[in-house]
Design a protein around this ligand. Structure first.
Ligand SMILES: NC(=O)c1ccc[n+]([C@@H]2O[C@H](COP(=O)([O-])OP(=O)(O)OC[C@H]3O[C@@H](n4cnc5c(N)ncnc54)[C@H](O)[C@@H]3O)[C@@H](O)[C@H]2O)c1
Length: 602
């Protein structure tokens, strides 16, 4: 693994050793300092650094922590890695790369553990503009966390203590003399790339760094010099003096998310983000990590500019306005989401729900005005970015153009919602080939185009994602009144299941949403075949009335969609009647067959 192209390396002296520092981007822009963890070197940040410099236009600085990569190691090693010395190193680097302005600090793993020290000691005050922490707690906060659970145990607290204890097995090993050094220089060092690939799905070619065995052997002193002593006597004044963004990977095998439960006590200005990923997110989720760092840096810089102009909040006031207030803000803030059929009903409600959670939203509809309105309202609700695109999802070429445009202008989607659909009702023999084509083109081919074009980018990026396809209860509930519509939706359901199986290994979830009867415009625009225009209008009105009386709001379907993404649900029947018929389809299909002869409205 190498440094990004164009990185400028230099060396700075601190406490008798030289640190290797690399810089990218324009030094006139806000500076982000990236601190790596154990047993990594600064190259672990390569993908994130490139994105921050090239895509987000920031000045990016990364350095090898003492004893790692191409930085010198202290002599003797014992006592050479204390948090105090690591703080000296950070201040030396910050002064060298950004002498006049505070820097935005970012740490992963042990880089985050030491950065917590930097942001909570007084001598760095005024030198740190913000801190983004990933997978590395403050030893002081951790010490108090343990203390509370030992001194005031409740069953829940004891469970949390045991849970984290089991995840910390390697910390005990790293405290043993000589064993870690022997292991890293021997079999563990050789097998590490394979272990990381299997355990974390870190892409091939990422490791080993040539310095891995000695980095890992030196790094054992990070633990020995600090962990036991600080956990026994945690500082009681370890409050952060800069805004903090905490990114918690929910599948971190080394750290429990419960560790951060009471963090607000220590951080008055905290923004939380969560991500469904393992420990090494700088390698496995660089797009998301870079975009969250950029969002946070931008908002802190805006806040600082406001303060400088005398319009800002009072010192120590409210939180930085990065996190949206919505229920799902931690998970969807800053994500890129595209919704088709976003001009009305379920699609519009879904766009709004993602906007409220702080996602960037692309609203796609064949109705240009309706899509533009959804985008405009999404911005008002809180989306950091919202755009409208006018496309007919059944038009393959138009969809290809849309995918290329989205990719170039916004990047790879994190969530795709293939929702556009039309209703068509009438008996099989009254349904012409053209009617079939019309409904299959939109309801099925629209979904196929979306999955193929946007899903491919997601899969190639290798950083996970989620595809939601709006099917219907009609997908599993036969009806004599809806042969074409139900067939299109059954196909969407099966397509979703097949794709889910195919993409499971790539961290991409696929959900089929089966709403039931929802009060939207679909009944008003549905086609009723086999009748004249007047009768069609009468039936449209009648079913609109019936759906209005049922009055199930599209917002509840939107909520089910966000939950399906969070929980990676496969098939989601939404309304109570959709859930009952789903159960019947599995356990009492004969009852459903009998009902099919009556035929529901749509
Ligand atoms: N409303 C229900 O009861 C219900 C039940 C089950 C499933 N669904 C499904 O939910 C989805 C959304 O429907 P809704 O109820 O919100 O309907 P809606 O009519 O309120 O909204 C559908 C939107 O999709 C757009 N659209 C239609 N064809 C398009 C195309 N070819 N390209 C781009 N955009 C197109 C429309 O302009 C409209 O804005 C559909 O797939 C529908 O089949 C709805």
């Amino acid at each position: 693994m190498t440094l990004p192209q164009g990185a400028r390396e230099r060396r700075v002296r601190t406490g008798g050793i030289e640190l290797c520092v690399a810089e990218l981007g324009d030094p006139g822009r806000p500076t982000v300092v990236l601190v790596h963890g154990y047993p990594d070197s600064k190259e672990v940040w390569s993908e994130v650094a490139t994105r921050l410099a090239d895509r987000h236009g920031l000045h990016v600085v990364l350095y090898d922590v003492r004893g790692h990569g191409r930085s010198g190691a202290p002599k003797p090693l014992r006592g050479g890695f204390t948090l105090e010395k690591l703080t000296d190193d950070f201040l030396t680097v910050a002064d060298a790369v950004s002498p006049d302005r505070p820097v935005h600090l970012v740490g992963h793993d042990w880089g985050s553990v030491q950065a917590w020290e930097f942001v909570t000691v007084r001598r760095t005050e005024g030198r740190i503009a913000s801190f983004t922490s990933m997978s590395g707690p403050s030893l002081d906060h951790f010490g108090h966390w343990i203390d509370k659970r030992v001194k005031r145990p409740t069953p829940r607290r004891v469970g949390q203590l045991l849970g984290q204890g089991a995840k910390s097995w390697y910390v005990y090993l790293l405290h043993t003399p000589a064993l870690p050094e022997l292991a890293w220089r021997g079999p563990l060092g050789k097998r590490w790339p394979g272990i990381l690939r299997r355990m974390e799905k870190v892409p091939t070619g990422a490791y080993p760094t040539p310095s891995l065995p000695s980095d890992a052997a030196h790094g054992a002193w990070l633990y020995r010099d600090n962990v036991r002593s600080r956990l026994r006597r945690p500082r009681s004044d370890a409050h952060a003096h800069a805004p903090v963004q905490l990114i918690t990977p929910l599948e971190d095998r080394f750290l429990s998310e419960r560790l951060y439960d009471e963090l607000e006590e220590w951080v008055p200005n905290l923004t939380r983000r969560t991500i469904a990923a393992g420990h090494w997110i700088p390698r496995t989720r660089p797009d998301q990590v870079a975009s969250w760092i950029d969002d946070f840096v931008t908002s802190v810089e805006q806040e600082r500019a406001g303060e400088a102009a005398g319009q800002g909040r009072e010192q120590g006031g409210g939180p930085v306005r990065t996190a949206a207030a919505g229920r799902y803000a931690e998970r969807f803030g800053g994500r890129l989401v595209l919704v088709t059929g976003a001009g009305s009903g379920i699609g519009r409600a879904t766009a709004f729900a993602f906007a409220e959670a702080g996602a960037r939203v692309i609203a796609v509809d064949r109705d240009a005005e309706a899509a533009a309105r959804t985008a405009e309202l999404s911005r008002l609700i809180g989306a950091p970015g919202a755009w409208a695109e006018t496309v007919d999802v059944s038009d393959e070429q138009a969809m290809e153009k849309l995918a290329a445009k989205v990719h170039t202008e916004h990047g790879v989607l994190d969530v795709l919602v293939n929702n556009a659909g039309i209703g068509l009702s009438g008996s099989f023999f009254d349904t012409t080939s053209d009617d079939w084509r019309k409904v299959l083109d939109v309801n099925l081919w629209g979904v196929i185009h979306g999955c193929r074009l946007f899903g491919r980018h997601m899969a190639e990026r290798g950083q996970g994602g989620h595809i939601v396809n709006t099917a219907s209860a009609a997908a599993y509930q036969p009806s004599k009144a809806l042969p074409a519509y139900s067939t299109s939706k059954a196909a969407v359901l099966m397509l979703s299941e097949c794709l889910r199986a195919e993409l499971a290994g790539q961290g991409i979830g696929v959900s089929a949403i089966c709403p039931g009867l929802v009060n939207t415009n679909i009944t008003d625009t549905a086609t009723f075949v086999g009748v004249d225009a007047e009768e069609e209008r009468r039936r449209q009105k009648r079913s609109t009335r019936a759906y209005g009386l049922r009055n199930y709001p599209p917002e509840k379907v939107a909520d089910a969609i966000l939950r399906a993404v969070l929980l990676d649900e496969a098939v989601v029947p939404v309304t109570p009647e959709a859930r009952v018929s789903y159960a019947l389809s599995r356990f009492l299909p004969r009852a459903l067959r009998a009902l099919a002869r009556v035929g529901p409205p749509l």
